[in-house]
Design a protein around this ligand. Structure first.
Ligand code: EPU
Length: 417
């Protein structure tokens, strides 16, 4: 099992470049099978979730090639085979094959998706959407069979603006007959990205980025070349690191508007951010004061940055409050942060209070999940002494070359087996 070893306390300078968005790429890849031509995706991050999707595509008979952040998917010879459970359970996003295969073949069989254990994570809204389009959903012991004679557009209201359900319904509806309207849709940049690529393939989607998305079904889609949007969570992670350790540290290749919910909070705490067209830079670290954050769907503060922000709150003077509204298990990083010297009280699954400012000391800690793991890496970077983060497979699922990128700007960090 690999671990990340960090000697903390070094300031960082230079440039870190943000890659393509994981949560966009993991939807664009299943979307690529909706045509029978070649789809070329550029700026695809080199992370293990992408390799897991490649394996699923191969199991369906697609010709796939990934080189230098460019993924070519040729689905002309694909067959609608059952996706093996050991492949679909490797990542959450395998559920996008439900919408894509249902849209393409009107039939799909697969088991419940995997992913980080950050909460219950039901898929009832995805299934409700498929049913509204005319599909029958059968479930037995976590195995789903979803089929329809034909899919017919309908009005679908989402009880909560779910990212996964919004994208999955789009995937199923692009080739359906007639008009589908998704109301209370999620608005994240990756949803806009998926709609934009599908439109480039010949789909007729409008309203992406708003809470009402309209899809007029078309007869077929064709191949395209598309570049994945920059990863707002990776960007936010490095901007938080820059706020804590930046001495002329530039985070480049990002879209600043996508993380305004974060940058406005950092500025409220006292961070001096230099925000350019596609970069954010921190020239010096000063004293920061406590802030309160509440996670919300886009454009609110993302749940995926909540855990990553914890080391920052620990470094702020005063009492910060966190309200996590999305998941029941997103404080799993807190016990090890406390072990390193933080003073944090978890009130319940939703509320935590951070009493700052605390100095952290290096310890052996665990990456309990993807973002919790990134949070522990940040704790290690700011702590005094040596930190070892175990179970780093979680981190490598979502952060491309995190060790190389941090090392490149002066961090004392290694990955060892
Ligand atoms: N929800 C339902 N029913 C559903 C779907 C969702 O009740 O059918 C609830 C969830 O329980 C949650 C809320 O709706 O409370 C939002 O869930 P959403 O569907 O938006 O999340 P997701 O699609 O499962 C994606 C990302 C997550 C990210 C969330 C929120 C992917 C593969 N995953 O998950 O990413 O936290 O959106 O932005 O895109 C991560 O990258 O670390 C990660 C967990």
């Amino acid at each position: 099992m690999s671990k990340i070893v960090i000697e903390g306390g070094y300031s960082l300078s230079g440039e870190i470049r943000v890659g393509g968005a994981k949560n966009s790429a993991v939807a664009l890849i299943p979307a690529s099978i909706l045509c029978r031509d070649e789809v070329i995706l550029d700026n695809v991050p080199n992370i293990s979730d992408i390799f897991a999707l490649e394996d699923i595509l191969k199991s369906l008979g697609c010709d796939v090639n990934y080189h230098n952040h460019c993924l070519r998917v040729d689905s002309s010879q694909m067959v609608n085979a059952v996706i093996p459970c050991d492949l679909s359970s490797k990542l959450r996003a395998s559920y996008y094959f439900m919408g894509a295969l249902l849209g393409k073949y009107k039939r799909v069989k697969m088991c419940f998706p995997g992913g980080c254990s950050i909460g219950e994570r039901p898929i009832n809204l995805h299934l409700k959407g498929f049913e509204k389009l005319g599909a029958t959903v059968l479930e037995e012991d976590g195995n789903f069979t979803i089929y329809a004679d034909k899919l017919i557009g309908d009005d679908i209201f989402l009880d909560v603006p779910s990212v996964g359900a919004t994208i999955n319904i789009m995937l199923a509806a692009v080739l359906a007959k007639g008009k589908t309207v998704i109301d209370n849709a999620a608005r994240e940049p990756h949803i806009v990205d998926v709609a934009n690529m599908l439109n480039q393939m010949g789909a007729r989607i409008s309203g992406q980025g708003t809470s009402k998305i309209e899809i007029i079904g078309v007869g077929s889609l064709h191949g395209t070349k598309y570049s994945v949007v920059p990863d707002m969570i990776e960007a936010g992670t490095y901007v938080i690191i820059a706020s804590l350790l930046g001495h002329g540290l530039k985070v480049s290749g990002l879209v600043p508007e996508h993380i305004e919910s974060l940058t406005s909070k950092l500025e409220e705490a006292g961070v001096h951010l230099k925000i350019g067209k596609n970069y954010i830079q921190v020239d010096e670290v000063t004293d920061y004061h406590a802030i309160d954050v509440k996670t919300m769907g886009y454009p609110g503060f993302p749940t995926d940055l909540q855990q990553v922000l914890v080391p920052f709150l620990v470094s702020c003077q005063g009492t910060s409050h966190i309200e996590e509204t999305m998941y029941e298990n997103r404080f799993m990083n807190i016990p090890d942060t406390v072990k390193m010297g933080a003073n944090i009280r978890v009130n319940d699954a939703q509320f935590a209070t951070v009493y700052g400012k605390s100095k952290l000391v290096g310890k052996n800690v665990l990456a309990t999940d993807l973002r919790g793991g990134a949070s522990m890496v940040i704790c290690g970077l700011i702590a005094e002494g040596m930190t070892e983060v175990c179970n780093v497979g979680h981190i490598l699922r979502g952060y491309e070359d995190i060790v190389g990128k941090l090392k490149g700007v002066g961090a004392h960090i290694e990955i060892v087996d």
